[in-house]
Design a protein around this ligand. Structure first.
Ligand code: SF4
Length: 686
């Protein structure tokens, strides 16, 4: 209790795979226990708000199912039979497997793998230091936002945008394809302030009636993957009615007569046919958007998780350039701030040691990689250490992922909080600390600041941090780098200092560090982060990735979707559930009871046609797999469209595998990514 009988409030930051990276205040009840968690008011983006999942984090950190000691497999692969093993012996086994794989096939046969289970500078990417020093296979992190990122970059030149706090000064907030009520509560708090103070209108566009559509002033529900058609028609109306900002287009974009003629062809009547949105609603939204100078375009990610997702994001992002809203406070647009962080990552990530000759494997294609079908020209993968990733449930084509992880000639170590389905397939399982048990810095991808996460309590059981595991393996493998001999705080402090961002001590005192990576709006607008400062209506897709063949050279509705066919007539989307975050929090009782079991939302007309009652058991499937779940009649989507919220645990499905078994792992143009909301399926009563 730090010499006091009163609980102490400790400021830290949320590490989870969520763009808010909230600054938090955690009630520390003892050196090993926490109480309540709340958003901190110290940083005005968090503004005292955090989500319910993290507010009850005590449920997760003190969960009886936490892994507390290293385990080794003692039964057949995937049998779930494990026995305790000491840390030294576990680390020796991993090092031995890495050495054996290297001796047999070369260092590229080792694939250190990480994903967004934490967005910590050290916790997520510190494994890269070991990778680069040892010459192990590199990783392309595509699973979340690559199509969105490429689509935004295509026009703007970088994944940067207006400061999202600008919504407070907007008269219209156009939330395209996101659901902040469920997934970004602090953004919603800023939007609510704008509505109260300025009478701002919230418009939400999505493929189903999400909680954010229910909270909006105007909600438009369209067919999945058709968002670009709506955006094009809105632009055509703006041109037709003289609402485009011609001076802005001439000064700050590559606009020309060919672009104009192309956009003008996309009438609201055509878009109504494509999207399923009534023509009158398209006209009304076009007039509201183009007629409002202070209109903030907040692009989400969900609508880009389709095979045409990057082209769709580009078309949507053209709206703010067409109307010149960047010249007005409360205007412009934002998706994620992925670029411009100004961090010197040499010490933390070994980023100066990257050898471009070493192959890069696509994390989203882990099933194909482990099957030897996507090896980028190198040897088979023979050994893995997986941190922050539950690939057996989260990666697409889950059957292929499981087959790969079960290969008898593959060694897998998983460093985790819980015995996830991925950990259950491993040879060695290591207990990981949560963010409350180690020090780190977090990238606030949904705003423009690093948030600072000092540890709050002692590690639970024998749990160790990702940094500690990387350093211990490095020592066994003879890997040399200054970062392997430093504590987390020493690495973070040195990183901040060499980045010109102060010290760890100053950062923890403040709680956050502004990155100043936003595109200025209003009078301060000084162009886009393109080489010539101009927004591109004519994107250079081949410059953005290797899968650009066939992509449209102008803003377009690119008909490149997993189209519904006779055998698979329904289109399925899998938006996030409010109480889960990917598969994190699927283990906590509060989240589990709020979400219930996996449910299939389907339009009542489709349900009637197929004789499916509310609550009936149904099966959905395609060539990749089939699943059984509970039907929920729901009139908040168009006929022919199905929605399953969240990644419910595989164990909740009778088939023992989850929703991503139905998702394809083919890479999305132009640079990879997963079409999580672009799935054609059949549906029948169970
Ligand atoms: S999950 Fe997101 S909203 Fe919840 S506390 Fe973490 S950063 Fe904030």
């Amino acid at each position: 209790m730090d010499g006091s009988l009163a609980p102490r409030i400790v400021r830290t930051a949320c590490p989870h795979d969520c763009p808010s990276a909230c600054v938090l205040e955690v009630e520390r009840l003892s050196p090993t226990r926490i109480g309540r968690v709340r958003g901190s008011a110290a940083y005005d983006y968090t503004a005292g708000t955090c989500c319910a999942k993290v507010a009850r984090y005590a449920e997760r950190v003190h969960h009886p199912g936490r892994l507390t000691q290293p385990l080794q497999r003692v039964g057949p692969k995937g049998s779930g039979q494990f026995a305790p093993i000491g840390w030294d012996a576990a680390l020796d086994r991993i090092a031995e497997a890495f050495r054996a794989a290297t001796a047999r096939h070369g260092p590229e046969a080792v694939w250190p793998y990480h994903s967004g289970g934490t967005l910590g500078v050290l916790g997520r990417w510190g494994l890269d230091r070991l990778r680069h020093v040892m010459g192990y296979s590199r990783q392309k992190s595509t699973i979340c936002i690559t199509p969105a990122e490429m689509g935004w970059k295509a026009g703007h030149g970088a994944a940067r945008g207006a400061d999202p706090r600008g919504v407070a000064e907007a008269d219209v907030i156009l939330m395209w394809g996101g659901n902040p009520v469920s997934t970004q509560v602090n953004l919603m708090a800023h939007i609510q302030r704008a509505r109260k103070r300025r009478g701002a209108k919230l418009v939400v566009v999505d493929a189903y009636r999400s909680p954010s559509i229910e909270a909006a002033d105007i909600g438009l529900i369209l067919r999945p993957g058709t968002d670009a058609a709506l955006a094009l028609a809105m632009m055509a109306v703006a041109l037709e009615e003289g609402a485009a900002d011609r001076a802005f287009l001439a000064a700050h974009t590559d606009w020309d007569a060919a672009v104009e003629a192309h956009i003008r062809r996309h009438t609201p009547a055509w878009a109504a046919e494509v999207t399923g949105v009534p023509e009158a609603d398209i006209l009304a939204l076009a007039r509201l958007y183009a007629g409002t100078k202070r209109c903030f375009l907040r692009a989400g990610v969900g609508f880009t998780r389709a095979r045409n997702g990057a082209a769709t994001m580009h078309a949507v992002s053209c709206l703010a350039a067409l109307t010149g809203s960047w010249l007005h406070q409360g205007g412009g647009g934002f998706f994620y701030a992925l670029d411009g962080w100004g961090l010197d990552t040499r010490l933390a990530w070994g980023s100066d040691l990257i050898d471009p000759k070493i192959r890069v494997l696509d994390q989203s294609r882990i099933g194909a990689v482990l099957a030897g079908e996507a090896l980028a020209g190198g040897p088979p993968v023979a050994a893995m250490l997986i941190q922050n990733a539950n690939s057996a449930e989260v990666a697409p084509d889950s059957h292929a992922v499981r087959r790969g992880l079960l290969r008898e000639d593959l060694f897998v170590a998983v460093h985790e909080h819980f015995m996830t389905p991925t950990a259950a397939l491993a040879d060695i399982v290591l207990p990981a600390t949560t963010f409350l048990e180690h020090d780190d810095l977090y990238l606030g991808l949904g705003h423009t600041a690093l948030t600072v996460g000092p540890r709050v309590i002692e590690p639970v059981g024998e749990a160790r941090s990702n940094h500690a595991v990387v350093c211990a393996l490095a020592a066994r493998l003879g890997a040399e780098h200054p970062g392997f001999g430093m504590t987390e705080v020493e690495v973070l402090d040195a990183t901040l200092r060499s980045s010109g961002k102060g010290s760890w001590a100053a950062a923890t005192a403040a709680g956050f560090i502004p990155a100043a990576n936003e595109i200025a709006v209003g009078e301060a607008f000084a162009g886009f982060p393109q080489p010539d400062g101009r927004f591109r209506f004519k994107p250079d897709w081949p410059a953005l990735g290797p899968y650009a063949a066939g992509m449209p050279g102008l803003p377009s509705y690119w008909l490149n979707l997993e189209e519904a066919a006779e055998a698979t007539p329904f289109r399925l989307i899998t938006p996030p559930a409010r109480s889960f975050l990917n598969t994190s929090f699927t283990e906590t009782p509060g989240s589990r009871s709020r979400e219930g079991g996996p449910a299939l939302r389907l339009h009542p007309a489709d349900a009637d046609r197929l004789g499916i009652a509310d609550g009936a058991r149904v099966r959905i499937g395609n060539a990749r797999g089939a699943l059984t779940l509970t039907a929920m009649r729901f009139d908040g989507l168009l006929t022919g469209v199905l929605a399953v919220e969240g990644i419910s645990p595989s164990a909740d499905f009778p088939e023992g595998i989850g929703i991503n078994a139905l998702v394809g792992a083919d890479p999305v143009a132009p640079a990879g990514g997963v079409a999580f909301h672009d799935i054609a399926v059949w549906l029948r009563p169970a």
